[in-house]
Design a protein around this ligand. Structure first.
Ligand code: THU
Length: 144
């Protein structure tokens, strides 16, 4: 396990301490590393209107895109559960918009697991627009 990865996990652990999760008690920290090494970290933010809850991964992704970063190296997740979790389905789709095979490492206590996004969501939704263009950027496309 590289020390870079340990640093990324440490950042996810740290930001997870700010998690606002009074309803589930499930605290999530996400650290998303852009291809230039910049790290964007965020926690989950729950709401009394439960459906308004924002997942840590999508919060981190929004922060990154807002700073002009759309290519990513990996995602670190740290939760306070007893089993390392993969991102939820909605977050998988959101991440796949930018990096369909993103490496993911997730930690919960002593449990650590790794996946590639492509194995968690092998067929992400891509919008086929009239005229043939797609909204998402895939490897080898002109937008790269
Ligand atoms: N949660 C995340 O932040 N990311 C996920 O991938 C799964 C779920 C949050 C949402 C909610 O605040 C809590 O975990 C329980 O679902």
């Amino acid at each position: 396990m590289s020390s870079d990865l340990e640093r990324l996990l440490a950042r996810a652990r740290e930001v997870g301490r700010a998690s606002y999760a009074p309803y589930s008690g499930f605290h999530v920290g996400a650290a998303l590393e852009a291809d230039d090494g910049t790290v964007f970290a965020a926690c989950n933010v729950e709401n009394a209107s439960l459906g308004l809850t924002i997942c840590a991964e999508r919060a981190a992704l929004s922060a990154a895109v807002s700073e002009g970063k759309t290519r990513f190296r990996r995602l670190a997740l740290v939760t306070n559960g007893n089993q390392a979790i993969p991102p939820c389905g909605a977050c998988r789709q959101a991440l796949a918009e930018f990096e369909a095979d993103l490496p993911i490492v997730s930690e919960a206590g002593a449990d650590r697991r790794t996946w590639r996004l492509g194995e968690l969501l092998p067929f992400h939704f891509v919008l086929a627009r009239p005229g043939g263009a797609t909204g998402s950027r895939e490897a080898g496309s002109e937008d790269d």
